[in-house]
Design a protein around this ligand. Structure first.
Ligand SMILES: Nc1ncnc2c1ncn2[C@@H]1O[C@H](COP(=O)(O)OP(=O)(O)OP(=O)(O)O)[C@@H](O)[C@H]1O
Length: 242
């Protein structure tokens, strides 16, 4: 198991963002997470990466309890993340943004940072923008950079937060192909996404959150047809419809 959450709970005042969440993610898996706005999806990523400390429960990475480990050290231990709202260093170039991420993440080993970042630029389709200021990028390229920055930390598991929103159908297609390829190369993917058709074309398992509770976890199409999920996420009440 690469990632394990056991009984993770968190509340902000009256708002419960995580309610005794148990979640296992196997190495190499591609897991999708959906839920209505405010269900606690981004908060779950904050709990996994260490932005937020749980009130109860534990987070383990590769069998090691990292609940009290710092954000930086969780990154070095292999957790990479992209943010829902990309916030690159706008006044640095694309390449410089990757260098910063690569210094924050794991050791480069025999490969230097330049070589690592160069290869990520190629893979994410950003090579032609290497010297462009991040603040000048188009939406698609900002999303690519968000993904590239996560990869520059050399993660074993990547948490993607709503990366497909706002893209055209063709751009979304390209993004999906890239995430699938990444997963085939052995990177574990956990992906929060409202663009459900994109998500379902990649993931082999789907989790649904509602008010910080996990209400479904399983094979994606079975989960999408679950009456509770249809009610919570799609607003379709099968009993009323009948
Ligand atoms: N640091 C915080 N302090 C107070 N409330 C918070 C904090 N972080 C999140 N919340 C609240 O917790 C709830 C869950 O937020 P979260 O961002 O995790 O939801 P989400 O499922 O990612 O939603 P969306 O799909 O809109 O991104 C929201 O009501 C949010 O306002």
């Amino acid at each position: 198991m690469i990632l394990r959450l056991a009984g993770v709970s968190k509340r902000f005042g009256a708002v419960v963002v995580a309610d005794k969440i148990d979640l296992d993610v196997a190495r190499g898996e591609a897991l999708g997470i959906i839920g209505a706005n405010g269900a606690g999806k981004s908060s779950l990523f904050n709990l996994i990466t260490g932005v937020v400390t749980p009130d109860a429960g534990t987070v383990s990475l590769g069998g090691r309890d990292v609940t009290k480990v710092s954000l930086r050290n969780r990154c070095v231990a292999g957790i990479g993340r992209s943010f829902q709202i990309p916030r690159p260093f706008e006044s640095l170039t694309v390449f410089e943004n990757l260098l910063v991420a690569s210094e924050y993440g794991r050791e480069h080993g025999h490969r230097g940072a330049n070589e690592l970042c160069g290869s990520i630029l190629e893979r994410t389709g950003l090579a032609a923008q290497a010297n462009t200021l991040a603040g000048k990028l188009t939406l698609l390229n900002r999303k690519r950079l968000e993904m590239a920055r996560a990869l520059a930390t050399q993660p074993d598991i990547v948490l993607l937060d709503e990366i497909a929103g706002g893209l055209t159908e063709a751009e979304c297609h390209e993004l999906v192909a890239f995430i699938r390829q990444l997963n085939q190369e052995g990177v574990t993917i956990v992906w929060i996404e409202h663009v459900v058709h994109a998500l379902l074309s990649v993931v082999s398992r789907l989790v649904v959150l509602e008010f910080g509770r996990k209400i479904a976890d399983g094979e994606p199409h079975a989960v999408m047809n679950d009456p509770e999920v249809r009610r919570s996420y799609l607003g379709i009440d099968d009993e009323v419809a009948a």
